[in-house]
Design a protein around this ligand. Structure first.
Ligand code: NAG
Length: 373
């Protein structure tokens, strides 16, 4: 019975397409973690399975091997998958899935080796298929650190602006979110949608301290989630019951990264579950942050998004969260279950303002330029 269930799990895991297969990622991961599976990868598979199921099983066993592989064998698996992908795209999804899981294994074992391997495959490995993009430069061979100009500012994102498609849910959530912000700051922009939200943020930034900005957003998040959200999340995800702390449960980071994109899209645009920098599930990468694209301001990103979100997760929901924006690409990595570094110690955050930040001029006139850094 157990074996039959695991067999079904393995076949499901192997047949769910690699790209966009969020459920597949989680199931594959569980299947790969199961100690019982390697025994099923024996070559003597019953003929009755049929060739499709047979192929699926072999694929699952590839994934299993990748997840128990040593560094050298995981690296070898990535290279083999790449050779197959270079040679033909006939079975591309099988090999991209194997490449991704083997790369995640390399990442879990040795992050430097992972970054070297991504460099080695540059140009043949689309950015969207990386298990994690942190520290991976946009153009191969470039530095992943932001370029600092003579005046201390850092270069803006040079990628073309994205036009975001809005679902009715996005429109509704943005409206509710803006109503809460308006209540908190006592100011309403007459601009529509996201442009209006960015303007409200900028206006508040000019008169509020960093701590006040963070508190404002924490208050907004509390109003949006309360009363049901936090108690429910604390019990079923963070494992907090009264004074006792039993969790976070092992599913909390991955499940959160899987559910969040739906409710999160109105603010940041599309996002995809991925692996954290430690190679574990529970990551989420925002493809190009809508709020950052609109505001073009590092201060707004750090004090009205990153820090309050991290604080809300830690204090109200009981799960650590690290938010890592990339100002060159406007991608943003959300890592659930990862303890954040204090801003002063985080070398991935550049120190200056973004060169094109609309608040820079206003702030320097207000003699408070350090606010946007
Ligand atoms: C993208 O949009 C923002 C906000 O509307 C604007 O400030 C910025 O200049 C645009 N960037 C590009 C590359 O077009």
């Amino acid at each position: 019975m157990v074996r039959r269930t695991l067999l079904a799990l393995a076949i499901t895991a192997a047949t769910v397409p690699a790209s966009g297969g969020r459920v597949g990622g989680v199931v594959r991961h569980c299947a790969a973690r199961s100690a019982l599976l390697p025994r099923m990868s024996s070559p003597a598979l019953p003929d009755a399975l049929g060739s499709a199921a047979r192929d699926a099983l072999l694929r699952a066993s590839d994934v299993v091997r990748a997840s128990s592989a040593s560094l050298a064998s995981a690296q070898q698996l990535v290279r083999e998958a790449q050779l197959q992908l270079d040679a033909s795209d006939a079975s591309a999804s099988r090999w991209t899935a194997l490449r991704r899981s083997a790369l995640a294994r390399v990442l879990a074992l040795d992050r430097q080796a992972y970054l070297a391997m991504v460099g080695e495959l540059a140009g043949r490995l689309p950015r969207s298929e990386l298990p994690n993009r942190q520290g991976v430069p946009l153009s191969p061979g470039a530095s992943a650190q932001a370029i600092v100009r003579a005046d201390g500012a850092i270069d803006d994102c040079t990628l073309a602006n994205v036009t975001y498609a809005e679902s009715p849910l996005d429109v509704l959530l943005l409206r509710v979110f803006r109503a809460c912000v308006r209540d908190e700051i006592g100011y309403a922009s007459d601009q529509p949608a996201m442009a209006g939200l960015a303007e409200e943020g900028r206006t508040y930034m000019l008169r509020a301290s960093e701590a006040e900005q963070q508190q404002m957003v924490v208050n907004v998040l509390r109003r949006l989630f309360t009363p049901v959200g936090p108690p429910f999340y604390r019990i079923f995800m963070s494992g907090i019951w009264g004074e006792r702390r039993l969790g976070p449960w092992f599913w909390a980071p991955a499940l959160t990264s899987w559910v969040t994109p739906l409710f999160f899209k109105f603010l940041v645009g599309p996002s995809t579950p991925n692996y954290r920098a430690d190679g574990e599930l529970g990551g989420l990468v925002v493809e190009k942050c809508r709020f950052l694209q609109e505001s073009g301001c590092k201060g707004l990103c750090v004090h009205q998004c990153k820090l309050p979100a991290q604080r809300f997760f830690a204090e109200d929901l009981g799960l650590p969260l690290t938010v890592s924006p990339n100002f060159e690409t406007q991608e943003c990595q959300w890592s659930f279950g990862e303890e954040p570094l204090p801003v002063e110690q985080d070398v991935s955050l550049p120190t200056g303002c973004l060169a094109g930040c609309p608040s820079r001029k206003a702030l320097s006139e207000a003699k408070a330029c350090n606010k946007c850094s």
